[in-house]
Write a new protein. Structure first.
Length: 488
């Protein structure tokens, strides 16, 4: 049976997908097991300066150098200040970033214990259970008051606003990334009552989930290379695994057919279907997160094929209204429909790229089973074909630019400052658009819509009453319900 995550943590806004004409009949949900913190800091004392009750991250007071480890996390940075990426401080209970600092944790998703509700039975994750789909839930507590315009100024407050990034990845046993979620934030915050707690989720509905990768990056907005510990501080962090308690049962042929019809495709296999769903969740989530300044923490396609948009518990009324506006705009412009097409094309493209590998293996097997004399001849022939193929590949690649997603991945890896990261990505996209051969000249004389007058013989209606004689824009705005709530 297919397992779907359905965790009600924040506010939900429902966005019906027009491209699913009717509900596809999936099997009932499996029971779900919920683990405790699976990060290496499990059990570390909570920070004295945090009200979050999350596991702490600092296990000793020490400088954190590049490529070192602390409390089970790997520490890395692009630029060390005073020979360190930052510092762990147990008196406060935090990890402090200098120019930039990244904490990374990786581990297996197999063999993790979790309790189901409401029976309280303990279950252990296996590959068969994980194949039913998983959910990773991360919570972090952050102090971000060491920049010059912070309302909670602390430490060496200077420079532009600091940023922090939370990334979660689901990998298979060969370390291939199956799903990823990245949240970049610059929200101002202090300690205790003024700290910010963020809850993020990563849903993966496909098979082969085997490992996880979690990372947090703090960046100093002033980019100082001489003054240490000006970046964001991490006070606490946890990540939990939600997994099915029953072994995964593959979809039936009829279910695969129904889901293909729902997606508007003809022959996607089971793995490709789940890749499309996960890819669409990721694309919509990234768009909403970017346009709502981090108010949206995750997106999930439910078993009824509706999109569940989950906002942060700490989201203000104004931020929730902004999410609603963005969702309405996406509906109006059919953005989800466009994303769906792009994700399906990408999944099909990746599937086609994997096909030659299978044919090579088959060819090698046939050669191995032939007599020695024939094998020598075949080997020579195959070798010549390989040389010709390599030459063709080299000639082709010389004139082809790398795929856009590869370039963007390199930008994310090298440029940690979120503002500069976005600027560079926009320049790359503009360059790619200018260099492409896309032209609209062919459509200059194409009549897309025939004009038709549909307002003939209308009755003339007039109303001379004054409905706004004693009202102006200032008074109206001051008494607006949302404006009153925001002022409170």
């Amino acid at each position: 049976m297919r397992w779907w995550t359905y965790i009600l943590l924040g506010g939900f806004i429902w966005l019906m997908l027009s491209w699913f004409a009717s509900s596809v009949g999936l099997a009932d949900d499996n029971d779900t097991a919920f683990s405790s913190n699976i990060l290496p800091n499990n059990g570390t004392a909570t920070s004295n300066y945090s009200n979050s009750n999350l596991d702490g991250v600092a296990s000793s007071t020490t400088s954190l150098t590049n490529n070192s480890t602390h409390n089970g996390f790997t520490v890395t940075c692009e630029t060390e200040v005073n020979n360190a990426c930052g510092q762990a401080n147990t008196s406060v209970g935090e990890i402090e970033a200098s120019h930039d600092l990244t904490l990374t944790a990786t581990g297996s998703l197999v063999g993790i214990e979790g309790d189901s509700t409401p029976d309280g039975v303990t279950h252990t994750s296996t590959q068969l259970k994980l194949n039913g789909g998983i959910n990773l839930s991360s919570s972090i507590a952050v102090q971000n008051c060491e920049w010059n315009q912070s309302a909670f100024k602390c430490g060496s407050s200077d420079g532009a606003v600091d940023s922090y990034t939370l990334t979660m990845k689901v990998l298979d046993s060969d370390n291939n990334v199956l799903a990823t979620s990245t949240q970049v934030r610059t929200t101002d915050s202090g300690y205790n009552n003024n700290e910010r707690i963020w809850n993020d989720s990563l849903h993966y509905n496909g098979v082969h989930a085997n490992k996880y990768e979690w990372s947090w990056t703090g960046v100093d907005g002033s980019e100082s290379t001489s003054v240490a510990l000006r970046g964001t501080n991490l006070l606490g962090a946890e990540m939990a695994l939600d997994f099915p308690t029953e072994n995964y049962e593959p979809l039936s042929a009829q279910e695969i057919k129904d889901m293909n019809e729902g997606l508007g495709t003809a022959n996607l296999n089971e793995s490709e279907i789940w890749n499309v769903i996960s890819g669409l969740e990721e694309s919509i989530g990234e768009r909403l997160h970017l346009e709502t300044n981090g108010a949206v923490v995750s997106v999930e396609i439910t078993e009824n094929f509706e999109i569940a948009v989950k906002t942060s518990k700490e989201a203000t009324v104004k931020e929730v209204v902004k999410v609603q506006e963005v969702v309405q705009e996406m509906n109006k412009t059919k953005t989800v429909e466009t994303m769906k097409k792009e994700v399906i094309e990408e999944v099909i493209k990746e599937s086609k790229q994997e096909e030659p590998k299978e044919s090579v293996k088959e060819e090698a097997t046939i050669v191995a089973n032939k007599p020695k004399e024939e094998t020598k001849k075949e080997t020579t022939s195959i070798a010549k074909k390989e040389e010709t193929t390599k030459e063709k590949k080299v000639e082709t690649k010389e004139n082809v630019k790398p795929e856009l997603k590869v370039i963007m991945a390199k930008v994310d890896d090298k440029v940690k400052n979120p503002v500069k990261n976005l600027e560079l990505k926009n320049l790359i996209k503009m360059d790619r658009m200018i260099d492409s051969d896309i032209s609209l000249v062919a459509y200059n004389n194409v009549e897309f819509y025939k004009s038709k007058d549909i307002y003939l013989n209308q009755i003339e209606i007039f109303d001379n009453r004054s409905i706004g004689a004693n009202i102006d824009l200032v008074k109206y705005t001051a008494n607006d319900i949302m404006e009153v709530k925001i002022k409170k």
